[in-house]
Write a protein that binds this ligand. Structure first.
Ligand SMILES: [Zn+2]
Length: 48
């Protein structure tokens, strides 16, 4: 078996570190809250 360290708990917000509602879309791995802030900075205007 190779290393499979991924799974539950491996994803958390890169910005605030929360585990709640973390979006791993776009390879961002940030929670919805931070996503909203970051979205504006990186040019995402069409979330939800
Ligand atoms: Zn966050």
């Amino acid at each position: 078996m190779s290393k499979k360290r991924f799974g539950r708990g491996s994803r958390k917000c890169k910005v605030c570190g929360t585990h709640r509602a973390v979006i791993r879309r776009y390879n961002l791995y940030i929670c919805r809250r931070c996503f909203r802030e970051k979205a504006e900075k990186i040019g995402f205007k069409k979330y939800e």
